[in-house]
Design a binder for this molecule. Structure first.
Ligand code: ZN
Length: 93
């Protein structure tokens, strides 16, 4: 039996009724990931900050955040999104 190797990410907005962000991410994921990577990689901070990688909802106040790991993950996800743009859906297709 082959082990399941897919990874699943969830995007949602917390505005009552939604603000359209989750839908926009779903319909244009490669553009979203490229923009996220550019924003984080071009930020002048060393450890991540509220401008690039911090989440105001983080229960650990982002203390465990490693910017280098975040950049690595954003780069891998961005490349995977671009590679799958013209093939099957990255959302499980
Ligand atoms: Zn930053």
């Amino acid at each position: 039996m082959q082990k399941e190797t897919r990874n699943i990410g969830y995007f949602f907005d917390t505005c009552d009724g939604g603000n359209g962000a989750a839908e926009a991410i779903f319909t244009d994921f490669p553009k979203f990931t490229a923009a996220a990577y550019a924003l984080a990689s071009e930020c002048g901070c060393d450890m991540g900050c509220s401008r690039c990688l911090h989440s105001t909802a983080c229960p650990q106040q982002n203390e465990l955040l490693l910017k280098d790991v975040g950049l690595f993950l954003l780069e891998v996800i961005s490349q995977a999104a671009l590679n799958s743009q013209n093939s099957s859906s990255i959302f499980g297709g």
